[in-house]
Write a protein that binds this ligand. Structure first.
Ligand SMILES: NC(=O)C1=CN([C@@H]2O[C@H](COP(=O)(O)OP(=O)(O)OC[C@H]3O[C@@H](n4cnc5c(N)ncnc54)[C@H](OP(=O)(O)O)[C@@H]3O)[C@@H](O)[C@H]2O)C=CC1
Ligand SMILES: O=C(CO)[C@H](O)[C@H](O)COP(=O)(O)O
Length: 472
């Protein structure tokens, strides 16, 4: 019997769609899942003429694959990945390739690389973004790790990935767990942009009393302009989705408690660990946490009632300012995530090519946007740019939007509308662009109470002072 080119473990939302995408691109592929129903339905959903086969027997699955075997895992991160590996390892032979394409924690990936290497097996961590549709018709794919393994699966990855200007949205992201690290940061940025969009919605909806129809029109305009992106596009559509169980819009019936699976939190933890400031991503994680205190928020809203919102005088101008603020805030969210990649690449010796990162994020993934084209141009000019804000063209964009951000935040704070994300963007920008920060005082305080020492502006060296108390 003819052997299959690829194997897919996990036939859920992502695995099934990625499998069909691989098959549509001319590769034969076998699928495995513990769930019998997903297996039996697999062949019915395949495109006619493609070579797809499903099984719930791991032994049968492994035996179906050509050698060296190339197996993609699309199961939930954490224990399920270890469970699959434990079961499949005894069935594999030296030289086989296992690619974990789920959202695994990068430190788990490093551990698994080392573990499988002892058996002569290649293990790669690979980020995939684009959700269900992306997986089916062209995701952004972030592979990393074993270079030999990467080269043997590269033709397939390039075939199934999204295309922008004829170029595939996949590239080698660097050594070890770099692929999963880049995907984690992608998701951190995703959290930040989603938070900023939801704050903009609140400002327009509660602040300027725009109806869902009007919001649909605003987001449609934004998506046709410089804010063009996947997240703005889907938000536009969400505003016009009618509810199927009640009158009105579905959005208005959705409970305001945001879920999360962990990648945003990992991004924040990583930034803290590596001394990188990503306050907008942190704020996005914190906002989801705050949203979960629904019962307490109800009590607090009664204890601290807010005064009536003073609607903006000129709605058209307000919409334009919020749009500009959102554009700048989105730009600075990418900036923060990319600065974490710069530091992590040094720290973990990943050798992440930033130019390729923004190149492959231009299409297929959840954070794809027209703005990334400008970023790509900036990294093409200087691939070692430490912070995107230091690029001349980007600085022109930033300068043209900053006053709108200040005005938008002014409106929000004076009306008691929470804008944790937007405010962190402005605070980050103001701190990053200030030559002298007030932390000279923090250094003095640290030295005063703990002899922690300080540096001087006028002399090299480390100093300590016996500070004089006036508390006589
Ligand atoms: N959904 C999305 O938009 C995206 C998800 N991801 C990541 O992709 C991965 C998969 O996500 P998704 O497809 O949404 O998840 P699903 O839950 O839809 O699918 C996971 C599949 O894996 C199966 N599975 C679990 N354990 C095993 C096992 N030990 N052996 C074989 N199969 C197993 C599950 O079976 P069962 O249901 O019976 O448990 C299920 O069919 C996750 O890491 C996720 O974070 C990445 C990008 C986007
Ligand atoms: O990886 C993704 C998109 O890129 C997933 O959709 C991710 O799971 C979303 O994260 P969360 O559930 O924490 O919002």
């Amino acid at each position: 019997m003819e052997k299959f080119n690829y194997g897919m473990v996990g036939l859920g939302v992502m695995g099934r769609n990625l499998l069909y995408n691989i098959a549509d691109n001319g590769f034969s592929i076998a699928g495995f899942d513990l769930d019998k129903l997903k297996v039996t339905e697999l062949e019915d959903g395949a495109t006619a003429g493609t070579t797809v086969s499903g099984t719930d027997s791991l032994e049968e699955f492994v035996a179906k694959l050509e050698i060296p075997r190339k197996i993609v895992l699309m199961v939930p991160a954490g224990k399920p990945v270890d469970a699959v590996l434990e079961n499949i390892k005894p069935l594999l032979t030296k030289g086989d390739i296992v690619i974990d394409a789920g959202n695994s924690y990068f430190k788990d990936t490093n551990r698994r690389v080392a573990d499988l290497a002892t058996l002569g097996l290649h293990f790669m961590g690979m980020g995939v973004s684009g959700g269900e549709k992306g997986a089916r018709f062209g995701p952004s794919i972030m592979p990393g790790g074993d270079l030999e393994a990467f080269h043997s699966v590269r033709p397939m990855l390039e075939a199934i990935a999204a295309k922008v200007n004829g170029e595939s949205c996949t590239a080698y992201m660097g050594k070890d767990a770099a692929g999963h690290y880049v995907k984690m940061v992608h998701n951190g940025i995703e959290y930040a942009i989603m938070q900023l969009i939801s704050e903009s919605y609140d400002l327009l909806h509660r602040g300027a009393e725009l109806s869902n129809y009007q919001l649909y029109e605003v987001f449609k305009d934004w998506n046709n302009g410089e804010l063009n992106s996947f997240l703005i596009e889907i938000t536009r559509d969400i505003f016009q989705q009618k509810d199927s169980v009640s009158d009105g819009f579905l959005l208005d019936q959705i409970l305001d408690k945001a879920g999360s699976k962990g990648t945003g939190k990992w991004t924040s933890e990583e930034a803290l660990e590596n001394g990188v400031a990503i306050p907008t991503i942190d704020a996005a994680v914190a906002s989801r946490t705050l949203s979960s205190y629904k019962d307490e928020r109800i009590l607090a809203s009664k204890l601290y009632p807010k005064s009536e919102i003073a609607k903006p005088g000129n709605t058209e101008l307000f919409v334009q300012e919020v749009g500009d603020a959102l554009f700048l805030a989105t730009l600075i969210s990418y900036t923060q995530g990319l600065s974490l990649l710069v530091k992590a690449s040094e720290e973990y010796h990943f050798e992440i090519p930033l130019k390729d990162v923004v190149k492959i994020w231009r299409g297929g993934c959840i954070i794809r946007s027209s703005l990334l084209e400008t970023f790509y141009a900036a990294y093409t000019e200087d691939p070692n740019l430490s912070n995107i804000l230091l690029n001349e063209n980007i600085s022109k964009l930033v300068k043209s939007k900053i006053s709108s951000l200040r005005k938008t935040i002014g409106f929000a704070t004076s009306n008691g509308i929470s804008t944790l994300g937007l405010q962190t963007v402005l605070a980050y920008f103001d701190a990053y662009t200030t030559e002298n920060l007030p932390v000279n005082l923090i250094q003095a305080q640290r030295d005063y109470f703990g002899a922690h020492t300080y540096q001087r502006k006028d002399q090299d060296g480390v100093f300590h002072t016996q500070w004089e108390s006036t508390n006589h």
